[in-house]
Design a protein around this ligand. Structure first.
Ligand code: FES
Ligand SMILES: [Fe+2]
Length: 340
């Protein structure tokens, strides 16, 4: 199993209109994304085989992309179907083709898979309650200067919230939380107990009765995190993030905030978007600083019990980077406590 066996988001479905060309990078590979003449997404290597111009600088017409340099035209299979300088002598030639990658469209996202022969057919993560009745989704995209591991860990890290997001998310109260963390089948599940009203600005709205919150965090190989808050009927919230590795130090994160606030669903949208962006910007700063230090001194961490999730996430990603299957790691479950 390798990182390029998995599906990665390259665009929102709505970003990729007919005749639109997008330039992307996934796992250091340059990609051009457009829709073919059948309307389905096409991802090719962003390189013209003629003399190496970038196809993403070209134009799409009727589902084919034309290189901006000498005008070679590629169809949705990556095959060269016109060479202007050859005029009437042009003949198709099976060897003249760009590298083409598999794509999928699901839950309003366009995915690419770089591996031509994955070890097994893995499915993209199913986004919880996307487009289901009673649920709203606000989707935001942000670039982090850090790697996927540190981004994913941040999104399910409670101890940083009181210091990086003071007030808006949580206040430091030295409240004791109990946590159960489990590593199973390439995923990590964390369940919290004792959480009540420490939810910052929106505590009154989100949990007006101050009942115990059902809060679970999870990580799913290789790059998805999901946070769920359940504060009763019409107060349910999922924050699901797909961290896309552009390069070793650049991660593009697609975040879905999917919630069911009943009557307040539509009215809440601008508040949800604004708050999500506000919090994510604080994390972009924190993770940028972390990356500066890692670049200078390397990634050496000192863990506490509250960092158990991180250790599990790293063990899973580490297996994949060694070409192994993290689902073969032994199941582990620990109960611990920490203060926030
Ligand atoms: S470099 Fe693309 S057509 Fe010449
Ligand atoms: Fe954060």
């Amino acid at each position: 199993m390798k990182f390029d066996d998995f599906w990665y988001v390259v665009a929102l479905s709505t970003q990729l209109k007919t005749n639109t060309v997008l330039q992307r990078q996934v796992l250091n590979e340059w990609l051009v994304v457009f829709r073919g003449d059948d309307g389905k997404p096409v991802v090719l290597q962003d390189r013209c085989i003629h003399r190496n111009s970038r196809l993403s600088q070209g134009r799409v017409c009727q589902g084919k992309i034309q290189c901006p340099y000498h005008g070679w035209v590629y169809d949705r299979t990556g095959k060269v179907v016109a060479v202007p300088s050859e005029g009437e002598n042009f003949k198709t030639n099976a060897a003249r083709r760009s590298r083409k990658y598999d794509t999928k469209e699901q839950d309003g996202y366009i995915y690419v898979r770089l591996s031509p022969q994955p070890i097994e057919e893995l499915a993209p993560f199913t986004m919880p309650f996307y487009h289901q009745s009673g649920w709203e989704t606000v989707r935001v995209i942000n670039r982090f200067r850090n790697n996927v591991t540190n981004c994913a860990e941040n999104f399910i890290d409670i101890p940083h919230t009181a210091s990086v997001h003071p007030g808006v998310f949580r206040k430091a109260r030295q409240q004791k939380l109990e946590m159960t963390v489990e590593r199973r089948n390439g995923s990590v599940f964390a369940e919290y107990h004792n959480e009540t009203n420490n939810l910052g600005w929106f505590a009154r709205f989100l949990n007006h009765t101050s009942q115990e919150i059902k809060h679970t965090d999870s990580f799913h190989m290789p790059n998805v995190t999901s946070v769920e808050y359940n504060m009763g009927k019409y107060r349910r919230l999922f924050i699901t993030s797909q961290s896309i590795p552009e390069t070793d130090d650049s991660t593009l994160v697609y975040t879905d905030i999917t919630y069911n606030y009943g009557f307040w669903n539509k009215l809440a949208r601008p508040f949800v978007r604004w708050t999500a962006q506000y919090i994510i910007h604080q994390d972009i700063v924190a993770l940028g600083i972390q990356w500066e230090v890692i670049e200078k001194y390397g990634a050496h961490f000192t863990n506490t019990p509250a960092d158990t999730i991180h250790v599990f996430v790293e063990s899973i990603r580490d297996r994949i980077s060694r070409g192994e299957d993290p689902r073969k790691l032994p199941d582990k479950k620990v109960c611990l406590e920490f203060w926030v």
